[in-house]
Design a binder for this molecule. Structure first.
Ligand code: XUL
Ligand code: CO
Length: 441
């Protein structure tokens, strides 16, 4: 059992909204859960979630050094059931005090270590039962569950895309267990991130076969979701590389093409991560707008990269103007829906104290809340929308309507016969940037 001395967050008071003038670093200045934004409470516009893996399962190690955090549940040996329990108690202590409605986890983040499939099943079931109790006691809900198909050495050459059908089968086993656990816990979504679903060198890779395996695997997951009656969407999380050199789910547009090819575009949506978007050479808002345009917007993993580093640093977001655009295109696309903003973010390795986890999340939450308010103000102002509407107005006029119905030859003849001679129109980029900056601070 976990005794009180092992409860590292128990001494913290709940984090409350104190308003923009508050000087208290352990209070929200902008996140006011009950405040209405465009007619919806802020807590429902954002549906905030804490991730188990960075906040509770990661010990602060990096490729050059060991863990620095020294939490009571972090063993030097594989995690026992008692340590998994300690981690669970502490995680829910943190979630309760932070006041966020959701969390997310991978199977192996929460459960005791297992060396056989049977043990995996028993250890997962045991922690899920305890989790259910903590969820009922605290009111914290599950935004999504996922299976870790990338850390174990068996997945070094891929999970669904492994050259070995036995590894493919193991991936199916882990996903079945975790999809059913997510269903049991009332999870709103189920996520698949394909870190090893790609390759390191084409020299040893049968690329079309691997893509077919991944298509088949996703179809199996969708089929099982319907079989057990899980109502939430299946979400694929795009990322261009890291750990694989190439990943088949490199960005939103690539995932959409993949889903179309395997007939899954009505069944599967995307979980867009900010730092993955930038690693793919896209802006975060581009990925959001593309997903909305294709009708596959699902949820968000919120974090940021570092402009000087080419990898996934998973830092807490701190760029209010940048996130204002992201929130603007989410709101314009119809809002967060059944998704949420999951902090797939970690404190830095030197931030070893329990209080640092609060600072990271409080800052990220306030940045999101402020960005949401800014986006609301831009929508309320209306000038940006009007400008874009006016820019395309020609398509609603007579010629525009005819142009979109004509053949290539008809349009070509029209140009010759009418002598039309369109001139460049200003896109007013600088004006629009200045306009947005009035609201984006
Ligand atoms: C890895 C990543 C994962 C997924 C869940 O870059 O983002 O943590 O979010 O597997
Ligand atoms: Co992520």
């Amino acid at each position: 059992m976990t005794d009180q001395t092992d409860r590292i967050f128990a001494g913290f008071d709940p984090i409350r909204y104190e308003g923009p003038d508050s000087d208290n670093p352990l209070a929200y200045r902008f996140y006011d859960p009950e405040r209405e934004v465009l007619g919806v409470k802020m807590k429902d516009q954002l549906r905030l979630a804490v991730c188990y893996w960075h906040s509770f399962a990661w010990a602060g190690h990096d490729i050059f050094g060991a863990g620095t955090f020294n939490r009571p549940w972090q063993p030097t040996q594989p995690a026992t059931e008692a340590l998994a329990e300690n981690k669970l108690i502490n995680a829910f202590d943190f979630l309760e005090r932070l006041g966020v409605p959701y969390f997310c986890f991978h199977d192996v983040d929460a459960m005791a270590a297992a060396s056989t499939a049977d043990e995996h099943r028993r250890h997962l079931a045991a922690i899920v039962e305890r989790m259910e109790e903590r969820m009922a006691a605290t009111g914290v809900k599950l935004l999504w569950g996922t299976a870790n198909l990338f850390s174990h050495p068996r997945y070094a050459a891929g999970a669904a895309t492994s050259p070995s059908p036995e590894v493919f089968a193991w991936a199916a086993f882990q996903v079945r267990e975790m999809l059913e656990a997510t269903h049991r816990l009332g999870g709103a979504n189920y996520v698949l991130w394909g870190g090893r679903e790609g390759y390191d060198t084409i020299l040893n890779t049968d690329l079309p076969r691997e893509m077919d395996q991944l298509g088949r695997f996703l179809s199996m997951v969708v089929e099982h979701k319907h079989k057990i009656g899980f109502g939430g969407p299946i979400l694929v999380e795009p990322k261009p590389h890291e750990p694989a050199k190439h990943q088949y789910d490199r960005d939103v547009a690539t995932v959409y093409g993949f889903l179309r090819r395997y007939g899954l575009e009505k069944e599967v949506k995307v979980n867009i991560e900010a730092n993955h978007a930038t690693l793919a050479g896209n802006s975060f808002e581009h990925e959001i707008a593309t997903a909305t345009a294709y009708g596959i917007f699902g949820s968000i993993d919120i974090n940021r990269g570092d402009p000087q580093n080419g990898w996934d640093t998973d830092q807490f977001p701190n760029d209010i103007p940048g996130l204002t655009l992201a929130l603007l295109y989410i709101l314009k696309g119809g809002g967060i829906g059944q998704g949420g903003f999951n902090f797939d973010a970690k404190v830095r390795r030197q931030s070893v104290d329990p209080v640092d986890l609060f600072h990271g999340h409080i800052g990220g939450i306030d940045v999101l809340a402020k960005a949401l308010l800014n986006a609301e103000a831009i929508i309320g102002d209306g000038r940006l929308d009007r400008f874009v509407g006016d820019r395309y107005a020609g398509w609603s006029e007579d010629f525009g309507k005819r142009a979109s119905q004509s053949s290539l030859a008809e349009l070509a003849d029209h140009v010759v016969e009418s002598g039309i001679d369109p001139r460049p129109q200003s896109g007013r980029q600088e004006y629009l940037e200045n306009l947005v900056n009035r609201f984006a601070g």
